[in-house]
Design a protein around this ligand. Structure first.
Ligand code: FEO
Ligand code: CA
Ligand code: CA
Length: 689
């Protein structure tokens, strides 16, 4: 183990980074269609273009590459213990006891174990795995003999968002709702031939996408187990959805299978999401572009521009589904692609309900959407577009929320997101541009902060973007936002309001292209060149208004790197954190952050951080996930934490014939994406000593 001496104590060093990319190429291929290997699709001439980089560089002299570490360590794993043995606390050198309620646990050190590693005094158990039976009549999972018919009744693949909806006061019975973001065929099928997938493999993948709803019951030992129930449901790529809002029925959404433009089969690449105050689930359709083939056959320049802005390009698709259903072929069905990229809403309390696609929230690579209820009862939905140099949006409803989660209230409230105003964010820093030097060094006022403006894009049938009809704003939202002059961000992922302090928190995962030739230069809201580790933004929003204040709560990475910032907290005491992705809150208002693509040579993890008081910025790692996995969908309740462990073992050079992970079943088993629950051995509250 590498270490340094500090005040007589031996402190494990944060792990060094020497990756140019923090995610395996197989994950990039199947999850986002190799987005990072292409130029970012935002080529608009918004503020801060490449020529500004030149001037910044010449003004500031030699610009050090962001992520350069003060201390570097070889690629050695810091931990060699087993999953059963909780690791020693990480680099946090302060009192781990007596901390803010909810974050009082001994932090887990960075590691590369093939296990979920949790703090001392906690226990863990798998809740549900890919292929586990959900719907009545579902067979047990049989890796070697999969079928679409079985998968349609079983838990889907690559769980991302997860939510627990309590059905009683004690939380002994809850509905677990999960997204299944994408399929990794090379890991799902032994001997998979990517040039010649079978029709059954394609249909299994259609059934492995979408969402699952399953009843889970808390056991006497604190674990959560699935149970049969009338709620249990699979939503897949063949489940009918109703298109609602101002673009429903648009010519842009009509296909030969749906001449009304109001009925879509399925949802895909569902990434993060949220629970609404009325008890439904919002889910974001993210990297939908990669599933569509033959964009290269399009010759109309307007259509070409619209496709290119969403990264839709090339001949055959990665999975080659177009061979089995022509809706995936843009040459045959040019509008099918316009029917994905929306926020969807499902009612898990009513298993017969038809899920909805909400066009009023715009079409882009939605990470998620989450709701804040304004004082006057209108609702605000915040949503990010997860692509390098894309934007943050909000929607404000015209209608007001009905209290409660009754069927009547849910029906009314599910219509709120169909009628309102869509805005995009423009950020302005309050420090001189010359002080934003691209290294992450704080400007002289001590903060990356400023003000911002929500720019109106469309409201109902009215467009506020010159040259765009309202329908065009909703369906080609990225292009409308370009024209409106939105601020290019470093991959806006989850964005959620904190139910305790009312502020809104957004994870910006990373952006290796920030400040590179031809791309946007650093600005105060995205202050680092080649932003490898990401940052976390705190918004003080005027809810239904058009102004906000903002600051960066965290500038992530190795705390030994001078270009990191932890809310002003002592960096010697925090856990290293890299590539923030999903955010959640405990009942105390602490922010919990899961990571995707840790670029510090540790497995991804879940972190807790107070956002107010003297421990603001005291980041502590609560868990790590197994090799090759991403930590997703954190839920933090008083007595239990759950995370979705996505793509375990998804490491280059490995496939189903040569698995890199055997989690969760051990031995020589295939890895299976799963949801895990963590609770305290003594039955006490999470993070309370
Ligand atoms: Fe699916 Fe933006 O992560
Ligand atoms: Ca400032
Ligand atoms: Ca994500």
């Amino acid at each position: 183990m590498s270490s340094r001496q500090d005040s007589g104590r031996v402190i494990p060093l944060p792990l060094a980074s020497h990756h140019s990319a923090s995610r395996s190429s197989i994950t990039c291929k199947y999850r986002c269609g190799n987005a990072c290997q292409h130029e970012a699709p935002n080529t608009s001439g918004n503020a801060y273009f490449g020529d500004i980089v030149e001037s910044v560089l010449s003004r500031r002299g030699a610009l050090k590459a962001t992520g350069a570490l003060a201390l570097t360590v070889g690629g050695a794993s810091l931990l060699t213990g087993t999953a059963a043995a909780a690791p020693k606390p990480g680099p946090a050198d302060g009192p781990v006891r007596g901390a803010v309620p909810g974050t009082d646990f001994a932090p887990v050190a960075p590691n590369t174990q093939d296990a979920v590693v949790i703090p001392e005094g906690y226990r863990q158990g798998v809740v549900i795995r890919w292929g586990d039976p959900i719907v009545e009549g579902a067979p047990e999972f049989d890796f070697a003999n999969q079928s679409a018919a079985a998968q349609e009744k079983q838990f889907g693949y690559n769980n991302d968002f997860a939510e627990l909806i309590a059905l009683d006061r004690t939380g002994s019975r809850s509905l677990l709702v999960c997204n299944h973001e994408y399929t990794t065929e090379e890991h799902m099928f032994l001997g998979y031939d990517e040039n010649n997938p079978t029709e059954e493999q394609a249909k299994i993948a259609w059934a492995a996408h979408g969402l699952s709803v399953v009843l889970v019951e808390r056991q006497d030992d604190g674990s959560l187990k699935p149970a049969p129930s009338r709620y249990n449901r699979r939503i897949t790529l063949t489940t009918p959805f109703e298109v609602r809002g101002p673009a429903a029925g648009s010519d842009l959404l009509k296909t030969s299978a749906d001449p009304t433009g109001t009925k879509v089969l399925g949802t895909q690449n569902n990434c993060s999401g949220s629970l609404t105050p009325w008890g439904t689930i919002l889910s974001g359709e993210e990297n939908f572009n990669q599933y569509f083939a033959h964009a290269d056959s399009v010759t109309d320049p307007v259509a070409q521009e619209r496709l290119a802005r969403y990264g839709i390009e090339g001949a055959e698709s990665t999975r080659k589904w177009e061979r089995f259903d022509e809706r995936w072929d843009i040459a045959r069905e040019p509008n099918e692609v316009n029917r994905f990229g929306w926020i969807v809403e499902i009612d898990p309390h009513d298993p017969t309900s038809t899920p909805v696609k909400h066009t009023a929230l715009g079409r882009f690579k939605h990470e998620s959407a989450s709701i804040q209820v304004a004082d006057d009862g209108r609702v605000v939905a915040y949503t990010g577009d997860d692509e390098r140099f894309d934007y943050i949006y909000k929607f404000v409803s015209n209608g007001k929320v009905k209290q409660g989660t009754s069927a009547l209230a849910r029906r009314h409230n599910m219509s709120l997101l169909d009628d309102g105003t869509l805005y995009v964010a423009k950020f302005t820093g309050n420090s001189p541009e010359s002080e934003i030097d691209g290294t992450g060094t704080l400007p002289s006022d001590g903060h990356f902060d400023g003000t911002g403006e929500w720019i109106k894009l469309a409201s109902g049938t009215e467009s506020f973007v010159p040259g765009f009809t309202a329908e065009e704003v909703y369906v080609f939202t990225r292009l409308a936002a370009d024209k409106a002059g939105a601020t290019k961000m470093d991959r806006p992922e989850d964005i959620q309001p904190n139910p305790v302090n009312g502020k809104v928190y957004c994870a910006l995962t990373n952006n290796s292209n920030r400040g590179s030739e031809g791309n946007a230069a650093p600005d105060e809201a995205n202050p680092r060149v080649g932003n490898k580790h990401g940052h976390v933004l705190e918004l003080d929003d005027d809810t239904t208004g058009t102004r906000f204040g903002w600051n960066l709560l965290l500038v992530c990475g190795d705390p030994n790197d001078a270009g990191t910032y932890f809310g002003g907290f002592d960096k010697a005491r925090v856990s290293p954190i890299s590539c923030p992705d999903n955010v959640a809150f405990d009942r105390h208002g602490n922010l919990w952050i899961s990571t995707d693509g840790n670029a510090l040579d540790s497995n991804d993890g879940l972190f807790a951080v107070p956002v107010d008081g003297p421990e603001r910025g005291f980041v502590k790692q609560f868990l790590t996930v197994p090799k090759g996995a991403e930590t997703c969908g954190p839920v933090v309740r008083d007595k239990v934490v759950t995370v979705a462990v996505q793509h375990p073992g998804e490491i280059d050079g490995h496939n189903a014939g040569n698995p890199a992970s055997h989690w969760p079943d051990g031995g020589t088993s295939q890895p299976r994406p799963s949801v895990v629950a963590i609770w305290r051995e003594d039955g006490g509250e999470i993070g309370r000593g």
